[in-house]
Ligand binder design. Sequence first.
Ligand SMILES: *Cc1c(COP(=O)(O)O)cnc(C)c1O
Length: 388
Amino acid sequence: MQFRDLQKQYETLKPDIDQAIQQVLTKTDFISGPQVTELEAALAAYTGAKHCVTCANGTDALTLALMVWNIGAGDAVFVPDFTFFASAEAPAYEGATPIFVDVEEDTFNISPASLEKAILRVKEEGKLNPKLIITVDLFGQPSDYQAIRRIAQKHGLLILEDGAQGFGGRIGEKKACSFGDISTTSFFPAKPLGCYGDGGAVFTENDQWAELLRSYRVHGKGADKYDNVRIGMNSRLDTLQAAILSVKLKALREYELENVNLAADRYRKGLENYGARIKPPMVKKGFYSSWAQYSVLLENEKRRDSLQSFLREKGIPTMIYYRKPMSAQRAFCGMDCVKVDLSVSQSLCKRVLSLPLSPYITVEEQDRVIDEIGTWIGQRGIEEMRQN
Ligand SMILES: *Cc1c(COP(=O)(O)O)cnc(C)c1O
């Protein structure tokens, strides 16, 4: 069993993907071929964002947004403590100070209450300029944008939506990557929309920012890349990746999202029978997840690790996203990033476990995962009875 079955996806899409790759090879326009602009138009149309600017990866996408807003030394950037490193790395790389915010246990996403506390603390201290909130649509579910937008407006902050895991998710009919003042995503192979290497994109409604993004991604170009009007970077999406992504975007729209949601529902129904010993992830009412991960919670670290090794022995791969909160990463040591209680994030790191999931997982595979978890729970019950 695969943790995320990219092989079966390729087998399913092979004729279209092979043809898309062959077309690029025949024309040899490996950089900035027409497939890139076609993909950008399709991504903008899908998400509902006015502009889509593709780039080399999801980390660069965040960096490009921060460059547009001139984020740097002396600025406070609010980031969830429970996320992938890049969400906090990008602002720190620009010289800003990431301020870690706790998350909600139910959704794994940034907690509006904790966010408000962190903003007030930074304002009280008066050492840093509160500038923006990076929301992360973790594991595929959009953050609570209604609450976060209210806080952002109240304190005059921008929102940067890190939709690396969120592409395909939505709240009502509004899609992920359209919630931020600028939004970003990643096309790393295992993300909801992944390519065959690295890739990323930035989304915005703002014409001026879009113009700047297009300049920054190609060496701060003016009229062309030999007319350089600002210091930028080299962060383009390859034509090959764009061609592959167009095929995959079609599959995502036509059936992948639906299938992965059916699979998530099957897990929930199967796991609910096991009661409080294992907690399936919750999707808020009116929210729709793209299920980048299916992450369950165990009662404590010992039990989580025990289930993981039990499943490993049965040939069922699982992952721990994430084992360490950002505030415990050595890279942020001495940066004065902690202003509020982060105990939910700390607890999640000890209890979270992600199960195998993809739009291509079979009912049989899922039944096996659910049954083996049942066996583990049964064995544990017997062990506990013995100890008592
Ligand atoms: C994967 C990921 C990124 C970074 O994307 P890359 O394409 O790997 O650079 C950023 N933020 C989050 C939340 C991610 O999961």
